[in-house]
Write a protein that binds this ligand. Structure first.
Ligand code: GLN
Length: 506
């Protein structure tokens, strides 16, 4: 086989089963692609020995005809997931040297199903960010070339400070970049306010944030526990469905995990959507929305209509309050979750003359600027004098947002179609100005979904005028990921799979 990294996950699965390819060959091809792509900075840790050992076990099982669902398929893991004995730092300095003694539920289910672990993927520190620029390990470059730049310019930028190259989105930027650059067949990611869907949209890949509770959060480094959810990024809708089938499931170790069997998500891919009702929320037509995002949305509507769906206007009146409320709830939970990083139990310790000074020195040295900002905001909105004015208010808004969706679904719609992001990818260094709100606005179409705990998928819907990927988002009813896969497949078929960039970075 010429270059097995060009295969999709489902195609590689078939090639392994017919023995036209071995798991070791497939792992080696990926490991060598990863090595040549180090400039992108998508991986923070490579695990060649582990990968080859797992691939050999897969080959043995394939030889005995005992193939498991993901047998021999190499994947990358976001640095947020605890992986036994392997660097797990959520790309923060404060977890310096942390090697967990346990494996997260989601990753252990992937290995149970025969997947091969390639390494740990870069991300925004503690998953706080929309561009993968807050990582302690430096920014990740998108494999997409910036408009009007050639490969030679980009290679030079890659070995420098990467300014002007495109961001892959965040916080799962390493996952999205690695998937788009064919450095893994699929990757785990996580989504608190858009961190699976926005990077997928920016890189021409597919990402699904399942319903809150669908995947176990056990062994995932916590950001905002009531919003965090695991999910995959892959190069096709089918590949995402296959991944989610292994990642999802009840886990008694996560009290918020949903106790219900995991449906056959792959069977939903290719199902007709004829007769489905798709809602178009009028409040998502935000002021100043670029014409090409408007056009993308119109295209999506036309594709679904052509596939036999009925398009209905709906109203989600509290949409515009979601972003400010999210940026109170998420930092509040983060400030509480991050209190555990005190230099005592794990990771970094910066000594001081007494314990208090040790705490302060450790946290000062260990947290980056964005994380510090969130801890400050969170502590402020939870403090005695402001709790009611900010935190309680934001929680009330959250209830109203949830109610908006419930009312829309009660009117009989099956899903909702919106753009995934308000723009195509921007440049590294372009939005890291003094005003963090500019970055936060990236989440305008995605945070409502986390606030309501609903499933949402981002799927490529074509290219911008500058030739960059744009994504559509489909939002579903609770625990109805299957409908999302059916609708997303219709869009993928209509839009055509995005032709991902050819390697210029080697
Ligand atoms: N960009 C959002 C934030 O910074 C969402 C991040 C995420 O989903 N993890 O909070």
């Amino acid at each position: 086989m010429s270059d097995p990294t060009r295969l999709g996950l489902a195609e590689a699965r078939a090639a392994l089963r017919t023995k036209s390819l071995s798991a070791v060959e497939l792992a080696k091809a990926h490991l060598s692609a990863i090595e040549k792509a180090r400039g992108l900075n998508a991986y923070v840790v490579e695990c060649p020995e582990k990968a080859l050992a797992m691939a050999r076990e897969s080959d043995a099982r394939l030889g005995r005809g005992e193939a498991r669902p993901l047998e021999g398929l190499p994947i990358g893991v976001k640095d947020l997931y605890a992986t036994e004995g392997v660097h797990t730092q959520a790309c923060s300095h404060i977890l310096d040297g942390f090697r967990p003694k346990y494996e997260s539920t989601v990753t252990s289910q992937l290995w149970r199903d025969g997947a091969v672990m390639l390494g740990k993927l870069n991300m925004d520190e503690f998953a706080m960010g929309s561009s993968n620029e807050t990582s302690f390990y430096g920014p990740v470059a998108s494999p997409w070339l910036p408009p009007n730049r050639d490969a030679e310019w980009a290679r030079a930028a890659l070995s420098g400070d990467k300014k002007g190259l495109l961001v892959p989105g965040g916080s799962s930027g390493g996952s999205a970049s690695a998937v788009a650059a064919h450095l893994c067949l699929a990757a785990t990611a996580s989504d608190t306010g858009g961190s699976i869907r926005q990077p997928a949209a920016f890189t021409g890949t597919v990402g699904i944030k399942p319903t809150y509770g669908r995947c176990s959060r056990w062994g995932m480094v916590a950001f905002a526990s009531s919003l965090d959810q695991a999910g995959p990024i892959a190069r096709s809708v089918r590949d995402c469905a296959i991944m989610l089938g292994s990642m999802a499931g009840y886990d008694p170790r996560d009290a918020t995990s949903h106790d219900a069997p995991v449906p056959d998500y792959e069977a939903a891919v290719g199902k007709s959507i004829r007769g489905m009702k798709i809602g178009i929320p009028r409040e998502y037509r935000i002021d100043g929305m670029p014409a090409e995002i408007e056009n993308l949305w119109e295209r999506g509507i036309a594709w679904l209509r052509a596939a036999g769906a009925e398009i209905v206007d709906i109203s989600l009146p509290h949409t515009k309050t979601a972003l400010p409320a999210y940026y109170i709830v998420a930092p509040a939970e983060a400030s509480s979750n991050l209190a555990r990083y005190d230099g005592v139990r794990y990771g970094l310790r910066a000594p001081g003359k007494d314990i208090r000074e040790m705490y302060e020195n450790t946290r000062r040295a260990g947290f980056g600027a964005e994380v510090r900002r969130r801890v400050l905001i969170g502590t402020y909105v939870l403090s005695a004098g402001y709790y009611d004015a900010y935190y309680v208010r934001a929680q009330k808004i959250r209830t109203l947002i949830k109610r908006d969706f419930e009312q829309a679904y009660a009117s009989g719609i099956d899903a909702i179609l919106t753009p995934a992001t308000p723009s195509a990818a921007f440049g590294i260094g372009e939005k890291t100005s003094a005003d963090p709100i500019e970055m936060y606005l990236n989440d305008i179409f995605t945070v409502t979904v986390n606030m309501a705990g609903l499933p949402g998928v981002a799927v490529p819907g074509g290219l911008s005028g500058d030739g960059l990927p744009l994504g559509l988002q489909i939002i579903g009813r609770p625990f109805d990921e299957e409908t999302l896969f059916s609708i997303a497949e219709v869009i993928e078929q209509a839009a055509g799979r995005t032709a991902l960039p050819q390697p210029w970075w080697t």
